[in-house]
Ligand binder design. Structure first.
Ligand SMILES: Cc1cc2nc3c(=O)[nH]c(=O)nc-3n(C[C@H](O)[C@H](O)[C@H](O)COP(=O)(O)OP(=O)(O)OC[C@H]3O[C@@H](n4cnc5c(N)ncnc54)[C@H](O)[C@@H]3O)c2cc1C
Length: 319
């Protein structure tokens, strides 16, 4: 029923929602957005490509070539360079070895050009294969991956990274999962982001805290700072299009990297198809998008926002 309704939604309306979240059509748009964010606001980016669902090797090869072109073009740029990649776009669904070879090729070229990489996490049927890939390649390549706090398995997944000196983007996870394997309340998922941030830090990993929730950001930040740690082990990530300028600038002033997820698309129809799928998986995006659109209009009209959002740095008590 939900899929039926979302599929009925006219493309112009989906595009209206998509526009805020997508840099534009073509990899130059992704690069331009990343450059502007850095030059105007000192905000870093991770550029990702939105594609249609990949069903054959030809499509996979095409995506790999686009990533090579992206890396080649980014080489000329002076902003902090980072890309994110979905394992299924490299062929995870078709052949795991093909996916590994593709990822390895991209890692070699990207890291060689000083471009850092994060392997995105998709829905739970890919969690094992994605982590397997990460654990296999991490000893030879410096890159990061993603864990989703909504999944019951995530504590074990954090512990399973032991000794890898991993970089983990910690987010709630955008895919709706069955209640037999995942928390259903947002408050639980967000509490888990903080819990796993602690666990990652205690196990000597680095953490990219990816949430728009102020309280969750503050709690994660406190976990970092009360250990006497800081920007060398943690950064804060947001989606392009979700207005969080104040907290982003406070984090930057405090010395942290703030990174936006900047997706580009090859054609609008891919972004629309991607967004339709996201809306089917997670209809609250319509509500969130609407809420933030309203916020964007109302915020400049109010006096909100004079008081800092972040608390002062905590005292570090040494034993
Ligand atoms: C950099 C980055 C990378 C990510 N990578 C992955 C990944 O690899 N795999 C994965 O499964 N998920 C990924 N996500 C998505 C993430 O899991 C969440 O779905 C998303 O961040 C929303 O969760 P939240 O913690 O902000 O909480 P929410 O409760 O969903 O959001 C808190 C508030 O933020 C605003 N907000 C949040 N999302 C939106 C939105 N889409 N539109 C408008 N306003 C919004 C709203 O004001 C909302 O009230 C990523 C998110 C970020 C920021």
């Amino acid at each position: 029923m939900r899929a039926f309704l979302v599929n009925l939604m006219p493309s112009f309306l989906v595009k209206f929602f998509a526009r805020a979240y997508v840099a534009g059509v073509g990899l130059d748009c992704g690069i331009k957005k990343a450059r502007d964010l850095w030059e105007r606001q000192s905000i870093a980016s991770t550029i990702d490509m939105l594609g249609e669902e990949v069903t054959n090797r030809e499509e996979v090869d095409n995506i790999v070539q686009i990533y090579f072109s992206l890396v080649k073009k980014m080489k000329e740029e002076s902003f902090p360079k980072h890309i994110s990649i979905k394992p299924t776009s490299l062929g995870l669904d078709i052949d795991k070895e093909l996916c590994q070879r593709n990822l390895e090729e991209i890692l070699k070229v990207a890291l060689g050009e000083g471009i850092t990489v994060t392997l995105d996490m998709e829905d739970s049927k890919y969690t094992d294969a994605t982590l397997e890939l990460y654990k296999k390649l991490k000893p030879n390549y410096e890159f990061g991956t993603v864990l989703q706090s909504r999944l019951f398995r995530t504590k074990d997944d954090v512990l399973g990274l032991s000794g890898l000196d991993a970089r983990v983007r910690m987010c709630i996870g955008v895919y709706n999962e069955d209640k037999s394997i995942a928390y259903t309340k947002k408050s639980e998922m967000k509490a888990k982001i903080v819990e796993y941030t602690k666990l990652l830090l205690d196990n000597h990993h680095k953490v990219d805290v990816a949430t728009h929730d102020h309280k969750c950001i503050i709690n994660a930040l406190e976990e970092v700072e009360k250990r006497g740690l800081g920007p060398e082990v943690a950064e804060f990530q947001f989606l392009l299009g979700v207005p969080r300028e104040r907290i982003q600038h406070e984090l930057i002033e405090r010395g942290y990297t703030v990174r936006l997820y900047v997706p580009f698309t090859i054609e609008w129809k891919c972004a629309i198809a991607y967004l339709r799928r996201r809306l089917i998986e997670n209809p609250s995006m319509i509500y969130l998008g609407g809420l933030d659109f309203l916020g964007r209009i109302i915020q400049p009209l109010t006096k909100r926002g004079r008081k800092p959002i972040l608390p002062p740095k905590p005292e570090v008590v040494s034993n």
